[in-house]
Design a protein around this ligand. Structure first.
Ligand code: HOZ
Length: 428
């Protein structure tokens, strides 16, 4: 019995998160044994150059020595206390150092929890119920945010999940990404009822779709005009598209933000925070309740702190290196005739005439061509996200030599995908 067959007997679909099932690329998933630097190794001992990087947290690569050391030393002193530790304060301070608008920070366990809690807080603060989100943006799997959602919802064609009460979904207003006029119209139609706009400042769950010039600043202005809070979902972009995240890269300051992935250094940790006046409504100071046994877990905070310390000390080197690597791969896709959406070190090749600007355009990509390209890349020893609607993540462990090998693989995989398509068309 294969690992996957055994897994399917007990785990729904054989996985603990849908995209991992590889359904969109027509093959069984790779079962991972270990990771080292830019590589993962499967159970049969095959090594792959990894561009998933656990979907973003591993900006320093797999099993970075300083991070592993911090984790093992923390673990030896106790796995969880459910009581305050100094490291939680240090990690919150480290986040606020990079993103100074995070005047108060609450640590939680996942990006889902961070985004969900930020929305609850926005509702509590404004006394309003509705929120505006964008089609194809993904903010985790809490009920109110699983409406026209990206990521695995797009891959599996369930943008509106079963099980979300219609009454909840009715509180969620959906706009097109990069369409300010649509947001303004929703504010007008729901005057005085919108608590917040939540946005991925760089959309990265319908493939990477950058914000158009002025889009984020326009959202800031609309939120101010209509008395709503602006919530940035920096779960992917935080410490990724710049040391200070998307807020720094685009010079737009949200009221609240959700962080995840990199802030946990590869462990289950996330955070939300923002303006002091708003955050002071969180219990125990105020009436917005949110809690968790493993929140601020000592091992997770150790991983996050070790990672953020390395990023702070080396930011002048790491971020330009990541930017250059991303640009190289984007150019390699362009040479192969595939446009790629990119911001810094996250990118997605789109099997479409043009890189999309919104959900409607993203969904018109040729997902069969993507699947062919994916399989050719895997065969060449390169592991990319098994969906047209996810991002490639570079890390500081990807060297110029790794990038050269990837450039060659891209050229080969795209032409192999086209040849397979032609062969199929000729048969039909
Ligand atoms: N929602 C994640 C990608 N945007 C997938 C997480 C996972 O499968 O690990």
């Amino acid at each position: 019995m294969t690992d996957f067959e055994r897994a399917k007997r007990i785990l729904p679909g054989g996985v603990n998160s849908p995209v991992r099932a590889f359904r969109a690329v027509g093959r069984d998933p790779v079962f991972i044994e270990r990771g080292e630097g830019a590589f993962i190794v499967d159970r049969a001992g095959n090594a792959y150059l990894d561009y998933v990087m656990s979907w973003g947290p591993l900006i320093l690569g797999h099993a970075r020595e300083e991070v592993v050391r911090a984790v093992t030393s923390a673990a030896a002193k106790g796995l969880t206390f459910g009581a305050p530790t100094a490291r939680e304060t240090e990690l919150a301070e480290e986040i606020a150092y990079a993103a100074p608008y995070m005047e108060r920070v609450r640590l939680v366990n996942s990006g889902t929890e961070a985004a969900m809690s930020a929305v609850r807080l926005a509702r509590g603060y404004t006394g309003r119920d509705k929120l505006i989100k964008f089609a194809g943006n993904y903010h985790g799997h809490s009920d109110g945010l699983l409406v026209r959602a990206g990521s695995g919802c797009m891959t599996g064609a369930v943008p509106d999940s079963l099980g979300v009460p219609a009454a909840y979904a009715a509180q969620t207003l959906v706009a097109e990404y990069n369409d300010l006029a649509g947001v303004q119209a929703l504010f007008e139609e729901n005057f005085g009822q919108v608590a917040c706009v939540i946005v991925e400042p760089v959309a990265a769950n319908m493939g990477v779709v950058p914000p158009k010039e002025g889009f984020l600043a326009g959202l800031r202005a609309l939120c101010d005009k209509y008395g709503a809070l602006l919530v940035f979902d920096e779960v992917i972009t935080g410490f990724r598209v710049a040391y200070g995240g998307a807020a720094a890269r685009y010079s737009v300051t949200p009221d609240l933000a959700a962080f995840g992935k990199i802030v946990g250094g590869g462990m289950p940790l996330a955070a939300y925070g923002g303006r002091r006046e708003v955050m002071e409504l969180v219990a125990p100071l105020g009436g917005v309740y949110q809690a968790g046994t493993l929140s601020g877990n000592p091992v997770a905070t150790a991983a996050g702190l070790a990672t953020l310390a390395i990023l702070r000390e080396n930011r002048d080197k790491i971020y330009p290196q990541l930017e250059e690597g991303g640009a190289r791969l984007q150019a390699a896709f362009a040479r192969a005739g595939v446009p790629a959406g990119r911001v810094g070190s996250i990118l997605t090749p789109f099997f479409a005439p043009r890189a999309p600007e919104n959900y409607a355009q993203a969904t018109s990509c040729d997902t069969r061509a993507f699947a062919r390209y994916f399989n050719a890349m895997l065969q060449a020893g390169i592991y990319v996200a098994p969906s047209q609607f996810e991002a490639m993540f570079l890390s500081a462990a990807h060297t110029p030599e790794h990038l050269s090998a990837t450039e060659r693989a891209i050229a080969h995989a795209v032409s192999a995908a086209r040849a397979a398509e032609n062969a199929e068309n000729n048969v039909n």
